[in-house]
Every structure is written in structure tokens, then in C-alpha cells.
Design a protein around this ligand. Sequence first.
Ligand code: NAP
Length: 352
Amino acid sequence: MVEIDKSKPVMVTGATGYVAGWIVKKLLDEGLTVHAAVRNPNNEEKIKYLKLLAASSKGQIKFFKADLLEKSSYDDAVKNCELVFHTASPFSNRVKDPQKELIDPALEGTRNVLDSVNKSETVKRVVLTSSVAAIMGDTKDLLDIPNRIATEENWNISSSLTHQPYSYSKTLAEKEAWNINEKQNKWDLVVINPTLVLGPGISPAITSESYKLMQQLGDGSMKMGVPDFQIGVVDVRDVAEAHYKAGFTPEAKGRHIVNAESKTFLQIADLVRKNYGDKVILPTKTLPKWVVWLAAPTAGLKRKFVTKNVGYPWTVDNRKSIEKLGIEYRPLEVTVNDFFEQMIDNGAFEKA
Ligand code: NAP
């Protein structure tokens, strides 16, 4: 049981990120002081929306310069905090050097953040933004587990540096966080494992892969059809709520799968077709798996990925997040329509 004193500041790593934006907003709305750890606090353009959020809320925000790859760089930001949200980690599937661009910042970054936490005398709880990617690697892996439904008991055992390296980075980072947590007894660790996060961003300039994926769905890149690829999806606002509850629910414990529904890409497109079908170019059909397999390299996909992920159902158990954190999931129709509305307003599909 961990009670957090809300008069103390709360550190958020990667405060400029898509998921972090909503966490910061929630904390500010609740009147808390946020220690926003960002790579470049002097980039006024990038942080001004966070300052505006603070100005119109009960809370306060203070910026600190920190980089996942720099030892001790979170020492100042963590000072006087009882609660830490560690969200920073590169989220991309398009990298040239997975070790340098994904594994090092995720793994070394987790070590560096938790090293600063260990040096602090005040931190009582760390909430880590992991991913369902640390639970399941390939969709096909679900066939090997009881009832074919992934739970918090499962770990990704199929990703590697060469196959799904982002998922591998999240798995290594979460495991390392648990290892470091077990070696001390000053702070506890609560983990959030979201599926694909969608929904409008707080920042006007979203960089997350979530945004790029939905942009591709609507800009005509997939007009010939989409793979029969099923994924779990959750609203970014519900993910932020889950983080908040994980931080401030004294009895919160362990990992939490955060997922609203499973959908194929075609089903996601169908959710927005009625409202925005005339403004974006959405796919209308599913491509046969053999076509996707053949075309994979030209679409930037590995054939092994297609073999192990296309055409399988994706099911995860989200009951713990509902029962222990009290999350009430928004319908996905709301999530994706709100997201598309924002993206259209921002000109994301202008070439469509
Ligand atoms: P995002 O907008 O790209 O956020 C990533 C954040 O990590 C950014 O704030 C970025 O800082 C920071 N970061 C990256 N490298 C860093 C470094 N070397 N030092 C310091 N900060 C660094 O992506 P997101 O979707 O919000 O992802 C946030 C977290 O959610 C990640 O841990 C991701 O794995 C997890 N997650 C995301 C999803 C999803 O579907 N979006 C699903 C499951 C889990 P800059 O702003 O300076 O670039």
C-alpha cells in the first residue's frame, strides 16, 4: 500500500510525448506540480502547449533537461517527488539501427531513470509505461497460450533485435525495471501495458507512431487494401487515466493490460468511413495473406512478420485494469473519430 502526498511534485519522463501529454494534463487538472523531464526545455515551440495547459489548470509545471542516454540526467527532476511516471522510450517501427535507436534508449534509459529514483530519498512509487508488446510478440504466439487470451502473466518470448525490435526493447526495459525494483524496498513499481494507443493528441505536433499509422490508413497508402491484421486498440485519454489511477491507487500492484477492443485495420477504417469517408482515402477491402507476403518488402514489412501476424485473432484480457484501476473504456468509434477529426483539421491528409 503506497499513499502519495499530492502536495509533492510528480515527475513525468518524456513529457512532450503523445501519451505523456494526457498524463500531464490530468495531473495539472488535479492541481499537482509536474516535473516535466524533456530533452530540450529550451525548445519553446515544442513545450508551449504544456505551459498553456498549466496556465489554464490548478497545477504547475516545471521543466528539466534530461536524456535517457545520459547518466544522472534525471537527478534534478526527481528531487522531492514521491511519484514518477516513466513514459519516455522511442516508439518506432522504422529504424535503421535497432540497437542504437530502440534498445539502448529503452534499456539504458530505464536504468538511468531508476538510478535517479534509487538515489532519491522521496520516491515511493514508479509507474512505468510498458506495452502489450512486452506481453505478446507475434499474434501467432497467442495460439500457444491457454484459451488463446493474453494476460498479465505472459511475457513476449519471440521478439529479438532482428524481429520486432520495438517489442523487444519494451520487453527488455520492463524486465529490467522489475529487476531493479526487486533489489530495493523504498519504492514500488506499477506497470501499464497499453495496446495500440489512438485518439487526439494534446500536442499540436504528434510524433508518435500511432499518428503515422492512422495517417497511412487515411492518406490513400492503403487504398488497394489492408492486411488482415488484428490489433488491440485503446484511447489515449483512457491510457492517461490508467496511469493516474496506477499512481494514486494505494493498493495498485503489478502489470495492467490496458485495452478497449480488438479490431482489424479494415474495421478501424469502417469506424470512420461514415463521418470522414469523403475527406480521406480509406481502404475498402482486405488483401489475401499471400499478396501481403509477396508485397511485404516494398511496403517496408518483413515477410516473417507477415507470416506470424497476419490472419490470426488478437485477444487480451483487460479485466484487471477494469477491476483494480476502475477504467471505463471509451468505445473505439469515439476514439478513432475524434482522432481523425483532429488529423483532418491539422491537414494530416492533405495529399489524399
Ligand atoms: P512519442 O510521442 O514518440 O513519445 C516518446 C517520448 O519518448 C517522447 O517524449 C520522446 O521525447 C521521448 N524520448 C525518446 N527518446 C528519448 C531520449 N533519448 N531521451 C529522452 N526522451 C526520449 O510516443 P508515445 O506513443 O507517446 O509513446 C510513449 C510511451 O508509450 C512509450 O514508452 C511507448 O513505448 C509507450 N506505448 C505507446 C503505445 C502507442 O500505441 N502509442 C502503445 C503502447 C506503449 P522527444 O519529445 O524529445 O522526442
